[in-house]
Ligand binder design. Structure first.
Ligand code: SF4
Ligand code: SF4
Length: 363
């Protein structure tokens, strides 16, 4: 039986920056020469509407998928998940490792997770972390090797033919940790020129699927369900009808295009840092592993006064600005923050409180 090919998807950047375009083209030209992969090219993941031909194509792909996009991997994964392209997050070794963030991630309370995610892996690689094709090709080859070995393994063990044992299931669901190979030093010489396919190599090449109907730039929140605890603070806070609930009463970004362009307010309110705006300039909001814009929400400061520039103040100001633009009234912190208000720690009595207490006592 011929080995199944692994799908590699190149998601184009939003700009016409020649360096970015050059990297995309170089990758496409070289990936089609790689054995074991099928290549598709789609517009920017975030900008494709649910009926875009690129998404329709991606939804049909079975088996593991490797996605190369100009997005943080967390953002790319959850954009795909929201669009029905689901799977478990594949381990990508080509990344900038931040040990502190990794430790925080391990300590984080787990979220409610995706629904109906099939037993396949989706690997998301961030095209911004290297400026030449070779490291990405190396990582794609490594994943193809890993996946091919896994498929053979599972075939031999009977998984694919139908009846895995509990041990096989456990092995699949909890694969052995992957030990990264030492990262080779970055060469200082210029990258090799793209080599034109030889006749023999041409047998391996197949044209990439081009699904690049034009798209417009969009702006909407993406929920990272690996962090989301379904607390509903975002739906309470947003006054523009963006959020809703699915049939399982899980939070959902229901009306994506109701979101106000440039407004990231609810990402500052989410206690789990689960709301991503992939195009926001602050890495923490755009899906980098970290706190929101470096602002960890501190409940003790939210309503205690004195913290004029905290994340919640910013969120309230951003929401008020959008309400005013819509011709509505600003509401400040009086609306949609009840749960936070309820959690407000008792404020120490100040002089005015003591004076009022004294007057009450006189009564
Ligand atoms: S505020 Fe955050 S954690 Fe709570 S439901 Fe919304 S996305 Fe999930
Ligand atoms: S960013 Fe603003 S408009 Fe968009 S979903 Fe969040 S609160 Fe609503």
């Amino acid at each position: 039986m011929a080995a199944k090919k692994i799908h590699v998807v190149i998601s184009q950047g939003q700009s016409l920056n020649p360096a970015k375009k050059g990297l995309e083209e170089d990758l496409a030209a070289r990936l089609i020469m790689e054995p074991g992969v099928d290549v598709s090219i789609v517009p920017h993941l975030y900008d494709m509407g649910p009926d875009h031909t690129g998404l329709l194509h991606l939804r049909k792909l079975g088996g593991p998928v490797i996605v190369l996009s100009w997005l943080y991997p967390r953002a790319a994964h959850w954009i795909l998940d929201r669009q029905g392209i689901r799977g478990r997050e594949g381990t990508v070794l080509l990344q900038e490792i931040d040990e502190e963030e990794e430790a925080k991630e391990n300590a984080r309370e787990p979220g409610i997770g995706s629904t109906d995610a099939p037993k396949r892996f989706v690997y998301c690689l961030d095209l911004r972390i290297r400026n030449r094709a070779e490291p990405f090709l190396e990582e794609v080859r490594r994943i193809v090797r890993e996946q091919t070995a896994e498929t053979v393994d599972l075939n031999l063990m009977g998984w694919i033919s139908g009846s895995p044992t509990p041990q096989q299931t456990e092995r699949f669901l909890n694969p052995l940790p992957i030990v990264p190979a030492p990262r080779p030093a970055e060469p200082t010489t210029p990258p090799p020129a793209v080599i034109a396919p030889t006749e023999a190599a041409a047998d391996l090449a197949s044209a990439p699927a081009l699904l690049v109907d034009p798209v417009k730039r969009r702006w909407y929140p993406v929920i990272d369900y690996s962090r989301c605890t379904n607390c509903m603070e975002c739906i309470d806070f947003c006054l523009f009808g963006v959020y809703g609930l699915d049939t399982l009463d899980r939070i959902l970004v229901e009306a994506q295009d109701n979101c106000k362009k440039g407004c990231p307010a609810c990402s500052r309110v989410c206690p789990a840092n689960a709301i991503i705006f992939p195009q926001h300039k602050s890495p923490g909001i755009a899906g980098a592993d970290g706190e929101v814009a470096g602002l960890k929400i501190d409940l003790s400061k939210l309503f205690g006064g004195g913290a004029g520039d905290n994340a919640l103040d910013m969120a309230v100001a951003e929401r008020d600005a959008e309400l005013l633009k819509d011709g509505r009234e600003a509401v400040g912190a009086a609306v949609g923050l009840k749960k936070r208000q309820d959690q407000k720690p008792a404020r120490e009595k100040d002089e005015l409180d003591s004076l009022m207490d004294g007057l009450d006592a006189l009564d």
